[in-house]
Design a protein around this ligand. Structure first.
Ligand SMILES: CC(C)(COP(=O)(O)OP(=O)(O)OC[C@H]1O[C@@H](n2cnc3c(N)ncnc32)[C@H](O)[C@@H]1OP(=O)(O)O)[C@@H](O)C(=O)NCCC(=O)NCCS
Length: 174
């Protein structure tokens, strides 16, 4: 049900492909600041990036897109859409550090939320972020998602410890 591609003013989103391994490995997968609040540890070998891409491509419930700058084709991150329930979607996102702070992920998320809630079968789109991930929370607020509350002990961030951590839930519904 997910589109083959999205276009925002500055980015093209197209499905992740095997050739994306090198730019992802070089661009952000090794960066501990990028993976700090994510569910994976920084990659230390490109084989890990290849395995990640293979897993993304094999999943039917999750569609992962590479984010490419429209002006120069540079891969700067990834965005995924997930079927969470028959009527609800979730998403996840990551951006190379050199691309942070210019509104790119807000641009992507706004576009994806608008697309999702225009689908007759979709009534909700939402996700969570770690309580300390201020940049991600701000992206969701700027994209028009509403803070629903804190999910206690919701997700393990392996870069921050072994115990599940509290997360903030954001969503938009129609
Ligand atoms: C989260 C992430 C995608 C944000 O992407 P981005 O394109 O830089 O986001 P934007 O520029 O659209 O907006 C970032 C906002 O967060 C704010 N911000 C940045 N760091 C912050 C912090 N530590 N605390 C609070 N707000 C912060 C920025 O000021 C900006 O808000 P503003 O426009 O009101 O000034 C990027 O930081 C990232 O890839 N992080 C690592 C991966 C990750 O954590 N993914 C999300 C997992 S839930």
């Amino acid at each position: 049900m997910f589109p083959d591609a999205f276009q925002t003013p500055r980015l093209l989103l197209r499905p992740l492909a095997p050739d994306d391994a090198q730019p992802i490995f070089d661009g952000y997968a090794q960066d501990p600041e990028v993976s700090r609040y994510l569910t994976w540890r920084p990659h230390t070998a490109i084989e890990q990036t290849r395995a990640y891409i293979e897993a993304c491509m094999a999943s039917s419930a999750i569609r992962t897109y590479a984010l490419l700058r429209r002006d120069n084709g540079q891969l700067v991150g990834a965005f995924d859409l997930r079927q969470q329930s028959p009527t609800g979607l979730s998403y996840g996102y990551v951006l190379a550090r050199q691309a942070w702070g210019s509104g790119l992920m807000t641009e992507v998320l706004r576009h994806a939320v608008d697309w999702a809630l225009a689908q007759p079968s979709i009534w909700r789109i939402g996700s969570v972020c770690d309580v300390e991930n201020g940049a991600s929370a701000r992206v969701m607020e700027k994209a028009g998602l509403v803070r629903e509350g804190v999910l206690r002990r919701w997700l393990v961030c392996p870069n921050l410890g072994d115990e599940p951590r509290d997360c903030v839930s954001y969503a938009r519904v129609r």
